[in-house]
Design a protein around this ligand. Structure first.
Ligand code: TYM
Length: 332
């Protein structure tokens, strides 16, 4: 049986990935590489939708690669590459823009939220066309499944619509991908504001657990996370969003079920529970951070991995783009 094709990407827009990125996406990637045909990339072109400093972008791109490898992606098992190394992403991106209605693009919630926050004059057109480039990222590789967090669901839905629309207009060209979104862990929330998702662009990093942060700082953030009313360790996202978020994190990292965690902390208070979660998170992230720092000592090797990933990715991307052009009637 042929293995299912999996593809996903992550933006290099921070000095570290956070625990939401890890639990919502990267942890799944590492698991899926065992028995799927997997393609993962750093979405460095998507990162250009916000103003970037060249030295910072370069550094963050390499830190991103180092973290993915440290988290367990194996370049022998997966194709790991940079989006900007494969020009077919931009080429298919244009075709996708031509398939998308202006109103349809205007309804994308990430665009609406971000453009409302910054105002239209300070919002790049690239932020508007962002989902069409993302559709191209996915469709170029004929991906069956796309492992992402809950916040990407609408982008995957648009990708499915565009693939279906293109196939019915121009003949079978693209695999229509399925989102692969976990029931638990797909939305990790901010520790200080536990009804909002943990985000690289949060106003304050106090509620954001970063893989590359020191163990001491991460432990402190968890121990001083927002406290809910009451004192019982019980999963209730309405009454106890802070504790429930920590329980989700505990469960995702230890594999214990929510009811096992409730039983374990039955006669204990929030303080004990937070201390235990801090320990679990810190010990889980410690070797990942250490490995990423070690990998960053040898940038040339990281770049070599990216080049060999790009060589494999380009073959697939090229074949899909050629077929797309042909089906559109572009003269070869
Ligand atoms: P990005 O870089 O914002 O996030 C990378 C992955 O992390 C997930 N994620 C979360 N999961 C759980 N809880 C959270 N608080 C949380 N925050 C982020 C995201 O859902 C994502 O899976 N547009 C994408 C990058 C992209 C892409 C693609 C993804 C570009 N092209 C093609 C898949 C396929 C993004 O900005 O992810």
């Amino acid at each position: 049986m042929t293995r299912k094709r999996v593809l996903s990407g992550i933006q290099p827009t921070a000095d570290s990935f956070h625990l939401g990125n890890y639990l919502g996406a990267v942890k799944q990637w590492v698991e899926l590489q065992e028995d799927h045909d997997v393609f993962f990339f750093i979405a460095d072109l998507h990162a250009l939708t916000i103003e970037t400093d060249p030295a910072i972008l370069r550094r963050r791109t390499l830190v991103s690669v180092a973290q993915l490898l440290a988290a367990g992606l194996d370049p022998h098992q997966c194709t790991l590459f940079l989006q900007s190394h494969i020009s077919q992403h931009n080429q298919l991106g244009w075709i996708m823009e031509c398939q998308t209605g202006f109103g349809e693009a205007s309804r994308m919630t990430q665009f609406k939220d971000k453009s409302q926050k910054s105002g239209t004059d300070r919002t790049a057109v690239g932020l508007f066309t962002y989902p069409m480039l993302q559709a191209a990222d996915i469709l170029l590789y004929q991906a069956d499944r796309v492992p992402v967090g809950e916040d990407q669901r609408q982008h995957i839905e648009l990708t499915r619509d565009l693939a279906g629309r293109f196939n019915s207009r121009y003949g079978q060209t693209f695999q229509v991908p399925e989102p692969h979104i976990l029931k638990s862990g797909a939305k990790i929330n901010d520790l200080q504001n536990p009804t909002a998702k943990m985000s690289k662009s949060a106003d304050s990093m106090q509620g954001v657990i970063e893989i590359m942060d020191t163990p001491e700082s991460n432990a402190k953030k968890i121990k001083s996370s927002m406290t809910d009313a009451g004192r019982e360790v019980r999963f209730d996202q309405v009454e106890k969003p802070g504790i429930s978020n920590l329980m989700t994190i505990h469960s995702a990292l230890t594999g214990n079920t929510i009811s096992q965690i409730e039983t374990e902390f039955e006669s204990k208070g929030y303080g004990d529970f937070k201390g235990a979660v801090a320990e679990i998170v810190v010990e889980y992230l410690r070797p990942i951070r250490a490995k990423a720092l070690a990998l960053l000592e040898d940038e040339a090797s990281l770049i070599k991995i990216l080049h060999s990933g790009a060589d494999k990715a380009r073959v697939v991307a090229n074949a899909t783009l050629a077929k797309t052009y042909e089906n559109l009637g572009l003269v070869p």
